[in-house]
Design a protein around this ligand. Structure first.
Ligand SMILES: [Zn+2]
Length: 194
């Protein structure tokens, strides 16, 4: 969104109630595309490029510069379908832990955000890269035990073959802790796929 457009936008001057609230953007097929700032969602909604999803009532109330209030749906659906390439989530420690559901892939122990470690399946010192397929969740004990070896060399077996997750699975799982009720409809769908 350009600065000029923001100036024309009657909602942009009253961020008091909404702050940095985000709106779930859906494709015309209702497939979640990601979270966008509410200002951008309002712009899409007002220009008619996005609409309220069918039978959906969650909304944010926005005070306009005209002195009235406007209801912005907490999820907006694009009117025209956009083709999106399969996007992969960023490779970060947090996302690897989420993908593996906070379970050590070597021994099955539950780990937390702080106790969990990320293991390079092919060790970094031997050319192992920071990629989805070379990183796995490990407890501290297993990571130490494995050391500078491959799982085969260490006689350890991975519970699952590491893959790149779809971006929405990671994002919506993260959203669940905060805004579950608002986007439950689409989140529940994602859970089935996950
Ligand atoms: Zn372990």
């Amino acid at each position: 969104m350009t600065t000029k457009r923001e100036k024309e936008d009657p909602f942009s001057t009253n961020p008091v109630r909404l702050g940095d609230r985000r709106v779930l953007l859906l494709n015309a097929s209702e497939e979640p595309l990601g979270l966008i700032p509410w200002q951008r969602a309002a712009s899409l909604f007002v220009s008619g490029k996005a609409a309220k999803p069918y039978n959906y009532d969650h909304h944010y109330e926005i005070a306009t510069t005209r002195g009235d209030t406007f209801r912005l749906p907490a999820a907006v659906m694009l009117v025209e379908y956009v083709r999106v390439p399969q996007r992969k989530a960023h490779v970060t420690k947090a996302n690897v832990l989420r993908r593996d559901r906070y379970v050590c892939q070597y021994c099955g122990t539950n780990v937390s955000k702080s106790s969990g470690t990320i293991d390079h399946i092919l060790p970094q010192s031997r050319g192992g890269k920071n990629t989805w397929t070379n990183l796995t969740t490990s407890c501290y004990k297993c990571n130490c035990k494995k050391g500078n070896r491959t799982p085969k060399e260490a006689g350890m077996k991975l519970a699952s073959e590491p893959k790149a997750p779809e971006i929405d699975v990671v994002r919506l799982r993260a959203v669940d802790h905060q805004e579950n009720a608002i986007w439950d409809r689409w989140f529940a769908l994602e859970k089935e796929y996950a």
